[in-house]
Every structure is written in structure tokens, then in C-alpha cells.
Design a protein around this ligand. Structure first.
Ligand code: GDG
Length: 735
């Protein structure tokens, strides 16, 4: 039976070593909850680090850990202290984390960290591959494992892989500074489905794929190598019922059952009937905007002094990554700020900030959530932020106000919160005042909407949606890849070719027989290609034709001495060994004088684009321009040209990163049909990569083998992956 394998840096287990005994408890985080149904199904397996380094374990303990975690359907990846230092605290948390959260000044590009990151991703891959069987589905989580999908894909090309990034994906302008950007994109694109919290992160990722890898992106799909990779956003939810029920239980507690923390909170409320509590909870992380929040709160108290003595900020900061220098600095800064604000503003009976630097048990978390009139969540960057969602879920009476930073992914779906820019103290202070004074009716109206959404899109729904989408990518591959040439089709073609008395092979040149060069002049045929074409040309009864949009002079220069058949200029000229060059169409070119200046203005405004002057056409190339600008400009150009070309004399051909204007009565299709009308062929083959080749495919009879290079939409019957495969296929024809 096929199974699902979840992979994340840490296992959803707390494993502690107490006097040489193991203590294992399941962790209760959001991810573990969301994955529960996926993990518990069938032979589900979760792979990750146990939390104990190899150095901390004896052989005996290692065995014991392995056996114990197996019982929880988990498998461990053995990591050393050195791995933790360089892969985890190093590359993950001193390179990727700051870079992806736009903290360029904190980002360290250390080759040594990167080497370790690759090694550890390999270690994860090894354990995955030891456990994965054909038909399994693998779901990889987060920024510590960006290379893993690619590594698994290399070893198991057909396995289904999903990847979810829990942090933001930064804009191209940030990501381009990263020295290992190509490798990381390649690693991620090993997945069939890539999930992000928001559409913005998805957009940023696709923009990097386009600009850095120069891959074509169609809406949210990337055809990468020979697969379709789907990219989508799945905003992660919470275990709504867990928080809602815990809050319900909490409100029905007898005063004697209340926790010490709750009793202290109650004291605060009893001191003044207008007393209010503002809450913030986060890991002690520089992305969470903790110092800003303290400063904004101080600003608020000074701007609206009537709130002094009445309002208190309860700030829970959970220790995190405390051996990374920036985290130590942040801790120091926070301590000092809290000290200063409390020192300056506190009175005998009132301290403005209650600051906890520790983690609290779940019940205390509920005490805080249910007691807070306002939640003040002000990250400067945050992938999603689950605390904001948890606060809303605990508001069983639907009161309370959430102030949320626009920079948190959660802000995209929590429009009913008071959204603020955390760098704007004025706006934050005013939002605090507004929140504290908001009529209960309005609070309830906002929270009803927020709760509805959170309840519906809970974390298990999130996981299920991701899975459904991952399943659907299998069909996607089948639709596009179903017509990929395989050995069976190849053998059939070779057989039919051998049996044929007369055969026809129409071969497009650029992008088919050779790869693209930045400059069209650099694409001259190499020796191996000439040799291959000579062999094809020598097949008895075979009409091999190089059919190209290029001009006659260029093809003559490259192939003239071999006496190959050629059709050039999209079908204006034809060359055969017997008749030499003949013109197939009578062409006017005086229109060029009017069109050229238009293309020139587009070239001036589009860096990297250029005009190719052909004898019968003008081509505007934008392969080297910014891909998004190129697409925009070509649409503009199209509009301009359509308004100018009112008669049917000219037509515009949209090729692969090129737009070509030429006389309407010229296209590869007309040339092909002329050939077909003159000779009866038993075997017909046409191959091309470009839009202009579609005319050729269209004219070929249905039994002909028409082949598209690449996976774009086509009239051809089959696909091959790239021009490299074209050569291998043609070689087979010569055997
Ligand atoms: C990353 C992304 C994204 C906090 N303190 C205590 C405690 N918590 C729990 C909260 C919440 C979780 O920790 C924190 O989740 P966040 O989403 O706010 O933030 P990150 O840890 O940075 O998580 C983030 C998330 O991944 C999911 O994709 O949303 O953007 O950075 O669930 O309740 N729990 C307990 N005691 C505490 O003291 N028991």
C-alpha cells in the first residue's frame, strides 16, 4: 500500500534524555496537528531530527531512540553537533532566515555553512530514500530542506513530492543577491507542488524562476525539465476547535481552579474598572518587531496619557535560537527597552509592561488569550503568524480586538483586524486607542467574520487541500506528458521509416536542431550536427529539409556545400540539390520602411531587445530582456501593429521570445503543402519548437509524425523535452 512520508527538520516529538532514560512526548504544535490525519493514515511516516545529536547518544541509546520513534510512526535523521552548528544555526538561521525575512544586514553568506546545508539535506534524502517506495507521496516542510525535493527527484524521478514553505519567499531583488540561488531554485523545483502561505510569496518565487532560471511560467505552472511543477498558495490555519474549546472551558472555571497567572491578571482588572490588557506573544525573534512594539506602546502612553495606570502590555517572548548573535543582541535590546519604559512610566501600583521571557504551558497561553482586550501583533515580517489566529479563536464571546501588522501573511486573510504598518508608531498608537475604545458591537461584528473563516479553513483543511492539489498534479503531468515520445513510439517510427520508399523529414533549425544563443548569429551548426544531417540526407528515398525562418544567405553559408534541401525565410525560398534556389512566393518588402521605426522605438524603451533585419521580414527579439517587461512590451507592440496593419498583406508571428512581421502569404505551412502536393510520401516527420512551426504541423496529414520540442500547447501529435533529445531521436533514424 502506498504511504505518505512527511519530512521536516524536527520530528513532532519531544525526546528528552533523563539520566540515560528516554522520555518521549508528542509535540502539540500547529503543524503536528495539521498533519495528524495524514500521518496517522496507513503506514504514514514522519522523518526528521530527534533533537538529540549523535554525540549525545550511545549506540545503545541510538537503537532505543530508533525503536521508540518507530512506535510513533517516525524515523530519525542522525545529525551531529557540527551539523547543528553549521546547517541549522548557520545556514538555516544565519543565512536563509534573515534573507527570506528581508534582513539583508543580518545575512551571512558562508560557503562553509552552505556545504553543511547540502550535506545535511543529503542525509535527509538518504533516510527518505531508505523508506520511500514507488507510489508513495512525500511532503517536505520548510526552509531547512529547500534542496531535498530535488535530491529525492534525482533518485526517484516518478515519486510524488510536495513542498511547503512556512516563511516568506522574498522578492527577486532580495533573492538575486543569494550566491546559491540557482541550486536552491533547482532543489525546490524537484517538487510537483510548491505551497506558500500567500499569493505574494508565490508571485515572488515565480518571478525568481523566470528571471534567474529563465524558465517559462504559465500562470502558476512551470514546465521544469520534463515535469509540470505547480505553484500555489495555501494559507495555513489553526486547530480552531482546540483553542475555542479550551477557551470555553476556561470561562467556566471556578475561581479556585484558576492558575496563578490568571489570578495576577484578575488582580489587574480589579484594581480599576477601566483596566485593560494588551497582549503579545512571539518567539524572541528580530522578525517579530518586539522593540518596535515596545516603542510604539511607549509612544501611545505619552500621546494618550489618560491610559496610564489603566492599560498594561503583557509581552510573552519565547526563547529561541539564543546562540545566534543577533538573537542575543535582540534579547539585550528588549530587556533594556522594557527596563527603560517601566522605569520611566511605572507608578507604585502600575507597571506598564509585564514581560515574560520563557515559554508557558498551553493552559497559561489560554489564560492570556482569553484575558486580553487587545492583541498587538506587530512583526516586521512574518510568513503567516498563527498567534493572531489563535487569539481570535479563543474569543468565545466574540469580543476583543486584533491589531495586526500588514507584514504578516495572516493580514491577507484577516482584513477585519486593525491592520497597521509596524514601523509607523503614530498609526500603531492610534490603532491602540481605537481598539481600546471600539464599541463591543463592532468588535463582535469583526470577530464573527474572522472566526467564520478560521473555523472553515482550519489546519486539517489546509493539509487536506494541499494533498488534494498534490494528487491533481499527477493528472497534470499525464495530460502534458502523456504525449511525450517514448521508446515504443521511437521504435515504431524507425520501423516505418525503414519500410518507406519515400520519406519526408522537415526539421526546424533554431531551438530544434540547436539550442538558442543570445545572439542569433552565434548559432552556427557544430560538427556533430553536420554529420548527423549528412547521414539523414543519405537515407535512400528520404527528403530531408531544413525549414527555417532564417534568411537564405545564412543557411546557404552554413549548409550550401552539403547540398541539403532547405526552405528559408519562413517559406519564401527553397533549395534542392537538383534545382538550386527557387523562389516560392513573390514578396513585397516596401512595408518595412513603415514598420522599422516602430520596432526601433520599442527597442529603445526595452533594454536587451533588438531588431533582426531579414530580407523579407523584421523580427523583434526580447530573449535577453526582463521577462515580465518583454511580455508587456510585446502585448503593446501587438496592439500598435494590429492598428497599423489594416489589410491582410502583413501578419505578425509570435515566436519564442521573438515577434516577427512578414508578408501574409509566407509561412512554413504553405511551403510544406507544396512539397506534399508534389510527392507521395510513405513516412512523414516534422519537428519544431516554435509558434511558426505550428503552420507546418497543421499542413501535415494526420498519420505524419509531428513533434513539438518542449511542452507548450501544440497541434503536433508528440512532444520531446529539449533540443538535446531531438538529436538522440534523429540519431536513431540513421541506424
Ligand atoms: C513559523 C513562521 C508561520 C508561542 N509561545 C508559546 C506557544 N507558542 C505557539 C503559538 C503558535 C506558535 O507557537 C507560534 O507560531 P507563529 O506562526 O506565530 O510563529 P513561528 O514560530 O515563527 O512560525 C510563521 C508558522 O511557521 C507556521 O507556518 O505562521 O510565520 O515564522 O502556535 O501558540 N505555545 C506554548 N507556549 C508558549 O509559550 N504552549
Amino acid at each position: 500500500m502506498s504511504k505518505t512520508i512527511i519530512v521536516s527538520n524536527r520530528l513532532p516529538l519531544q525526546i528528552k534524555l533523563e539520566e540515560n532514560n528516554l522520555k518521549i512526548t508528542p509535540s502539540v504544535g500547529g503543524l503536528a496537528t495539521g498533519m495528524k490525519s495524514v500521518h496517522s493514515e496507513g503506514d504514514g511516516l514522519w522523518i526528521g531530527w530527534s533533537g538529540l545529536t549523535q554525540e549525545e547518544l550511545t549506540d545503545e541509546l541510538r537503537e532505543k531512540v530508533a525503536t521508540e520513534v518507530r512506535k510513533e510512526k517516525c524515523a530519525t535523521v542522525p545529525l551531529t553537533q557540527d551539523d547543528m552548528d553549521r546547517y541549522y544555526f548557520g545556514f538555516s538561521n544565519r543565512t536563509l532566515w534573515p534573507l527570506f525575512h528581508y534582513f539583508m544586514e543580518y545575512t551571512e553568506f558562508e560557503k562553509d555553512f552552505w556545504d553543511s546545508y547540502k550535506e545535511v539535506n543529503e542525509k535527509f534524502a538518504k533516510v527518505v530514500l531508505e523508506n520511500a517506495e514507488d507510489g508513495d507521496t512525500i511532503w517536505v516542510h520548510d526552509y531547512q530542506l529547500l534542496l531535498l525535493p530535488g535530491m529525492i527527484r534525482d533518485a526517484k524521478p516518478d515519486i510524488s513530492i510536495g513542498f511547503f514553505l512556512h516563511i516568506p519567499f522574498p522578492s527577486y531583488e532580495i533573492f538575486r543577491t543569494f550566491p546559491w540561488r540557482e541550486e536552491v531554485l533547482h532543489g525546490m523545483l524537484g517538487a510537483d507542488l510548491l505551497g506558500f502561505h500567500t499569493y505574494d510569496y508565490e508571485r515572488h518565487f515565480l518571478s525568481s524562476v523566470k528571471r534567474i532560471l529563465r524558465e517559462d511560467v504559465n500562470f502558476n505552472e512551470v514546465v521544469y525539465q520534463d515535469r509540470v511543477v505547480k505553484v500555489d498558495s495555501f494559507p495555513m490555519g489553526i486547530d480552531y476547535q482546540k483553542f475555542y474549546k479550551a477557551a470555553q472551558q476556561h470561562t467556566s472555571l471556578d475561581p479556585s481552579e484558576r492558575s496563578d497567572l490568571q489570578k495576577r491578571i484578575d488582580d489587574h482588572f480589579e484594581a480599576d474598572e477601566n483596566a485593560k490588557l494588551i497582549l503579545s506573544i512571539d518567539r524572541m525573534d528580530y522578525t517579530k518587531g518586539i522593540p518596535n512594539r515596545i516603542r510604539a506602546f511607549e509612544y501611545f502612553l505619552n500621546k494618550y496619557p489618560e491610559y496610564k495606570n489603566k492599560v498594561r502590555l503583557v509581552m510573552l517572548a519565547v526563547p529561541s535560537r539564543s546562540n545566534v548573535p543577533q538573537y542575543q543582541l535582540l534579547k539585550k535590546e528588549t530587556d533594556e527597552l522594557v527596563g527603560r519604559v517601566n522605569g520611566e512610566l511605572a507608578t507604585v501600583s502600575w507597571t506598564p509592561i509585564w514581560y515574560f521571557y520563557r515559554s508557558l504551558p498551553f493552559d497559561n497561553l489560554i489564560d492570556l488569550y482569553t484575558s486580553a482586550d487587545v492583541a498587538l501583533i506587530t512583526p516586521v515580517r512574518d510568513g503567516m503568524n498563527l498567534v493572531a489566529k489563535e487569539y481570535i479563536a479563543t474569543r468565545v464571546n466574540k469580543d476583543g480586538v486584533l491589531i495586526l501588522s500588514e507584514m504578516a501573511g495572516a493580514a491577507q486573510e484577516m482584513n477585519e483586524a486593525l491592520l497597521i504598518n509596524p514601523n509607523n508608531f503614530e498609526a500603531t498608537a492610534d490603532a491602540l486607542k481605537r481598539a481600546l475604545e471600539m464599541p463591543v458591537k463592532e468588535q463582535k461584528k469583526r470577530n464573527t467574520m474572522l472566526q467564520k473563516r478560521l473555523q472553515r479553513y482550519s489546519v486539517d483543511k489546509w493539509a487536506a487541500e494541499f494533498f488534494r492539489s498534490l494528487e491533481a498534479t499527477k493528472n497534470l503531468d499525464q495530460v502534458v506528458m502523456g504525449r511525450k515520445i517514448n521508446t515504443e513510439i521511437e521504435n515504431k517510427m524507425v520501423e516505418e521509416l525503414k519500410a518507406a520508399n519515400r520519406s519526408l523529414m522537415m526539421l526546424d533549425y533554431d531551438g530544434t536542431l540547436t539550442g538558442f544563443k543570445d545572439n542569433p548569429e552565434d548559432a552556427a551548426p557544430d560538427e556533430a550536427l553536420i554529420e548527423l544531417l549528412q547521414k539523414l540526407n543519405a537515407i535512400p528515398g528520404n527528403d530531408m529539409v531544413i525549414i527555417s525562418g532564417r534568411d537564405r544567405e545564412t543557411l546557404e553559408k552554413w549548409f550550401g556545400k552539403y547540398e541539403f534541401n532547405m526552405i528559408t525565410d519562413h517559406g519564401v525560398w527553397m533549395h534542392t540539390a537538383e534545382k538550386g534556389w527557387q523562389s516560392l512566393e513573390r514578396i513585397r518588402t516596401n512595408w518595412m520602411e513603415n514598420i522599422r521605426p516602430i520596432l526601433e522605438t520599442f527597442t529603445d524603451r526595452t533594454p536587451g531587445s533588438f531588431i533582426e533585419e531579414k530580407r523579407y521580414s523584421l523580427a523583434w527579439h526580447y530573449r535577453k530582456t526582463d521577462p515580465e517587461l518583454g511580455v508587456k512590451r510585446v502585448m503593446e507592440l501587438d496592439t500598435v501593429l494590429t492598428s497599423l496593419i489594416s489589410n491582410n498583406e502583413l501578419s505578425v508571428l509570435k515566436g519564442n521570445m521573438v515577434t516577427e512581421i512578414k508578408s501574409s502569404n509566407v509561412n512554413k505551412g504553405r511551403a510544406v503543402s507544396r512539397m506534399l502536393s508534389e510527392t507521395r510520401y510513405d513516412f512523414m516527420f516534422a519537428i519544431g519548437d516554435d509558434w511558426t512551426d505550428e503552420y507546418m504541423f497543421e499542413e501535415m496529414p494526420s498519420k505524419a509524425y509531428t513533434v513539438k520540442v518542449g511542452y507548450q500547447k501544440t497541434k503536433a501529435r508528440f512532444h520531446v523535452h529539449s533540443n538535446k533529445q531531438v538529436r538522440a531521436l534523429l540519431e536513431k533514424f540513421t541506424k
